[in-house]
Design a protein around this ligand. Sequence first.
Ligand SMILES: Nc1ncnc2c1ncn2[C@@H]1O[C@H](COP(=O)(O)OP(=O)(O)OP(=O)(O)O)[C@@H](O)[C@H]1O
Length: 244
Amino acid sequence: MTAAIDARGLGKRYQGRWALQECTMSIPAGHVVGLVGPNGAGKSTLLNLAVGLLAPTGGTVRVFGGPPGASRARIGFVAQDAPLYAGLSVADHLTLGARLNPAWDPAYAAGRVRRLGLDLRRRAGRLSGGQRAQLALTLALAKRPDLLVLDEPVASLDPLARREFLDDLAGAVAARATSVVLSSHLVTDLERICDHLIVLGAGRVQLAGRIADLLATRRDGTTLEDLVLTTLRRVRPAETETIA
Ligand SMILES: Nc1ncnc2c1ncn2[C@@H]1O[C@H](COP(=O)(O)OP(=O)(O)OP(=O)(O)O)[C@@H](O)[C@H]1O
């Protein structure tokens, strides 16, 4: 089966400094992949490369077998800062979503906004951080993409909203076999929804694979959090310093 994202020796350098190096990994279609790593590990860089918003300095990345730009209509991306048009209302964003996305699901978008209690007339610039994130996530989900790429989607959500969002995501995966890559520092959230894990540290892939397989190689009782922490502690101090 064609991978949702396939990276070979992928790297990105900013002003002479590598943010991501030698990243080789394959994200199988129809799975939910958690991306974890300390601040500055290269998670956003990897996600932006995967959706074609950044050009690699080295290596290649392919999405559903082609260049990321060719799959733009099939990708729902929510960047870390949940970018919206500050001067446009919630309703305007839904209208725009419907115009721009061929597979847009208007009933889902309207229903989710209603469920969240977002005022359709309110401008995005007047929403709280969590509400903005919810609107951006609604737009990405209503696009009915084949691949969802979410950069720290739950960071600004309250605990109940976080749980409901993860349930929505699980629903989308179950209903349409959507592939999902989401970065988060909240490993317990990832544990609820992800079946694959990628740990980035110091700009390199430190661990990647199916969570069940990764845990099977550890002693009984090892949690995903144990696995992540053990992996990150092994990242050489010299490399950790370069990301400080
Ligand atoms: N536009 C940029 N110009 C220069 N350096 C950058 C740029 N964007 C990111 N970097 C650097 O690249 C490295 C990786 O950054 P990135 O944002 O990918 O990390 P991250 O894992 O997403 O971090 P966080 O968890 O804090 O969001 C960091 O050292 C960062 O300072």
